[in-house]
Design a protein around this ligand. Sequence first.
Ligand SMILES: Cc1cc2nc3c(=O)[nH]c(=O)nc-3n(C[C@H](O)[C@H](O)[C@H](O)COP(=O)(O)OP(=O)(O)OC[C@H]3O[C@@H](n4cnc5c(N)ncnc54)[C@H](O)[C@@H]3O)c2cc1C
Length: 417
Amino acid sequence: MEKENLKAPQSGISPFSKEHDMFRETVRSFLAKEITPHVDEWEEKEIFPRWVWERMGEMGFFGLRYPEEFGGSNLDYWYTVVLVEELAKIGCGGLGMGLTVHMNMATPALARHGSYELKKKFLEPAIKGKAVSAIAVTEPGAGSDVAAIQTRAQRQGDHYVINGRKMFITNGTQADFVTTLVKTDVAKGHHGFTLIIVPTNTPGFSVGRKLKKLGNRSSDTAELIYDNVTVPVTNRIGEEGKGFKYQMEQFQDERLSACISTSSGAYATYERTKEYAKTRIVFGRPISGFQVNQFKFAEMLTQITAMKAFVYHCCHRFVNGEDITKDVSLCKIFSGQASQFVVDTCLQLHGGYGYMDEYKVSRAYRDNRLFRIGAGSDEVMKEIVAKMEGLSGKEGPRESHQRRVDESIVKPTSPLP
Ligand SMILES: Cc1cc2nc3c(=O)[nH]c(=O)nc-3n(C[C@H](O)[C@H](O)[C@H](O)COP(=O)(O)OP(=O)(O)OC[C@H]3O[C@@H](n4cnc5c(N)ncnc54)[C@H](O)[C@@H]3O)c2cc1C
């Protein structure tokens, strides 16, 4: 009888071509040889070294989706998906977080809306791994409520003078520039925000403190202080007053990247746990031999498969240039619950060993917890969805609510796979 070919076909529902698969192999072998052997040391030190940025840049990983004229490769988004997935599999969430903040959270608005000169000055070195970037939105008094930020930029001739504080900033202690959300006109509401690139060697900029964390330890997180930081007006991304809109767009990149990473990380933890369960003997049997545990694996795989399908659905829409605000918010809610179920179940299956730092599942458990808070918490995602469903009571007169609800019933905008 002819042997069955169980390998997934290249066409059909798989979004990846042979070229993507070859790229995946390149990323895997790079990570296995040059990165994975060091991650335990970086977790201890609570930072990873500068050469990682340089090597990632040399490998072309930071510029996959960015134009060639700034050193990028102008490749389709699925290459970015491959890179983020592979980074998430190595069992060190902090490293992936630092690098994906640089690639997918601090630079997309610059690439989309920055002037040619600004991109030459900041995007190009970021792509080459010669400059590290950070995104600064959150403040000590404003996280979920982005519109409540207090950092101000006052225009003085050809310069902005920035004053304020930013909190929980990833790559904060080592960034060369920080994409900073500020208020330029308090009276203009959402039209009074601007995104400005702040080089960290500008006088008045300082790192208040490096923060100690539950997880993602190899990524540095800091509080930043802006004390009369003066930067040229040319450091502004796009137009003054459009910062809120640009940042809301950039949040979709950020959330999608976080969902890709979390679903892939959960799958890697599942696979490691499966191997562990086959070899750990209790009461004369491997723990995988008990039906109760087999069912746990089936339940986890159900969640992982659904998570992956949802993530790829969002990626497809993103690639097509569609607005993914609602879908990626839903995906983040679902992936938060699903991944937490997976890492918790995996830890339980490891028993006491799962509680020890030397087992990757312990780190995965700690690292994964951030996902439901960072890049917009579960509650904020639910608020977005409720608002887009016309449920928040903030959309204006009753009739317009009704109209929105009716429209969404007649013409669904987010078909699920
Ligand atoms: C490790 C780490 C790295 C981070 N990196 C960055 C970074 O690089 N750049 C950056 O700008 N920020 C970063 N953040 C900040 C992150 O985005 C915020 O922590 C997050 O948005 C939540 O804001 P908050 O911590 O101020 O919580 P708060 O806004 O104070 O919220 C507290 C609680 O109230 C809930 N809540 C909020 N609104 C509502 C509501 N309407 N209804 C019900 N409940 C609600 C929240 O969900 C949360 O559970 C990072 C955070 C961490 C922990």
